[in-house]
Design a binder for this molecule. Structure first.
Ligand code: NAI
Length: 447
């Protein structure tokens, strides 16, 4: 599907006339993100990001619009591209452009458009990069190393032979598990050239966003794509990490007849069993599944031998960051025909007549077919991202002295976000008495 886009000075989006719809949706999001609102109000007064250029590659959703509002209030100039070809909300891009954000993204981008958008962000020579999946960091490093591939060539067409844009970057922040894994591997190899704040590794991100956000929105994505019932189904989740746990427990709560997890890691498998969820190998689970979703961050978790044993009518989807968890070329090879039966459902017809339904091109289903995580969850994740960028500006010298590492967001920032969220939700906490404080910090008192 080729999408007609509108290009302007410093933007390329689907349709600027969707602005009013987008502004209303932004208001809706704002009313559900109180912590980010507090940060935005402080940023308006203090302008901690004055003159700072942020190059962000994030899912362009209503929640991200609120992070942009906080950054704008802080004085930043923002270049924003999509971090997935299917996750952009086109009304939001139009609204953001009207507010002065330089946006490059539209729903159903093709690969050329996707990397052209990343190229525009890189071309802006950002001081800070904010990634969801490390795509901007990865291209910046390839340019510096003089490597080439199809994706880099698309970016080169925009920026010419410049390879030193990375030298102007102070630091970055990373939103997701897969991005952190990629960046940590680069740091371990000595290949990372600037420090990255590991937003995903903070408790306020992965304890809530990955578990409750992905848990609810992935099931929302499956339902919006198929309009199917969850109750009565055999529901298989590959991976019982943060995301998988959220999905499996929610599927159970919605009445799935059997919830089954597949795992490669013994602690995760034990945790699933003790949460009352069956664990088996994918080859066994694939035979009985009605719905399968992958949430592993791994490659080819579902492949030829699994497709061969699946039941007629099975639904297969992914919520891990990249569209590599389901081996789609295997499925294409096994199928005799393919029908786009609904917007986000491709039906593959097997030689023996079985039908396998693939959702959202194997891309993260919660952002492809639904709207990603709810605002209430992204209030926490994006509060951290806003404070991470402020931290980078204030501490760029220390970060640079630390070297090119993946750095944790300071604990006090994370704890502060948690306190603010509790306050906003009217959650009252007990306070330690002096006696309790003394007891908890002492090793002398005991039996
Ligand atoms: P995690 O590391 O907590 O969990 C992954 C689990 O998958 C681990 O328990 C691991 O043992 C298991 N696993 C790995 N390979 C496997 C295989 N071949 N078969 C079965 N299990 C396997 O990671 P987390 O935070 O749950 O993230 C998972 C993926 O979801 C990542 O790609 C992450 O970037 C992505 N993600 C997606 C979101 C969304 O909005 N859809 C939000 C947050 C994360």
């Amino acid at each position: 599907m080729t999408i007609q886009t509108v290009k302007g000075e410093n933007y390329e989006i689907k349709d600027p006339s969707l602005k009013d719809e987008g502004l209303k949706t932004m208001q809706w999001a704002a009313s559900r993100m109180p912590v980010l609102k507090l940060i935005k109000d402080r940023f308006t007064k203090e302008k901690p990001l004055d003159g700072v250029r942020i190059g962000a590659c994030l899912h362009v959703t209503k929640e991200t619009s609120q992070l942009c509002e906080a950054w704008l209030a802080g004085g930043a100039e923002i270049y924003l591209c999509a971090s997935n070809p299917l996750s952009t909300q086109d009304d939001i891009t139009a609204a953001l452009v009207s507010k002065g954000v330089h946006v490059f993204g539209w729903k159903f981008m093709d690969s050329e458009g996707y990397y052209r958008a990343i190229g525009q962000v890189i071309k802006s020579r950002p001081h800070i990069t904010v990634d969801d999946g490390a795509d901007v960091v990865s291209i910046l490093h390839k340019l510096k190393r003089g490597e080439t591939d199809e994706e880099v060539e698309i970016v080169r067409k925009l920026i010419g032979e410049e390879s030193d844009i990375i030298d102007g970057v102070w630091a970055g922040a990373e939103e997701t598990t897969t991005g952190i894994i990629r960046l940590q591997a680069m740091a371990d190899d000595g290949a990372l050239l600037y420090p990255i704040m590991a937003t995903n590794s903070s408790p306020c991100k992965n304890m809530f966003d990955n578990v409750y956000g992905t848990g609810q929105s992935s099931i929302d994505g499956i339902i919006r794509a198929t309009a199917d019932l969850i109750a009565s189904k055999v529901f298989v989740v590959a991976g019982y990490g943060q995301c998988g746990r959220g999905i499996a427990t929610r599927a159970k709560g919605m009445g799935a007849r059997r919830v089954i997890v597949t795992e490669i890691e013994p602690h995760a498998a034990l945790q699933a069993v003790m949460d009352g969820i069956e664990v088996m190998s994918m080859i066994e689970a694939a035979k009985i599944a009605d719905i399968i979703i992958t949430a592993t961050g791994c490659k080819h978790v579902i492949r030829k031998e699994h497709f061969e044993v699946m039941k007629d009518g099975v639904t297969v989807s992914n919520t891990g960051h990249f569209n590599v968890e389901i081996n789609i070329p295997d499925l294409e090879q096994l199928a005799t025909d393919k029908i786009q039966i609904r917007t986000f459902v491709e039906q593959f017809i097997m030689k023996d007549g079985r039908k396998i339904n693939l959702l959202g091109e194997g891309r993260l289903i919660n952002l492809a077919a639904a709207e990603g995580h709810p605002c209430e969850i992204m209030d926490l994740s994006f509060a951290l991202q806003a404070l991470a960028t402020e931290y980078i500006v204030k501490h760029k010298k220390e970060l640079s002295d630390l070297g090119s590492k993946v750095v944790q967001i300071p604990e006090e920032i994370d704890t502060n976000v948690a306190y603010l969220k509790c306050k906003a939700m009217g959650i009252k906490l007990d306070i330690l008495t002096p006696e309790q404080e003394k007891y908890l910090s002492s090793w002398r008192v005991g039996t």
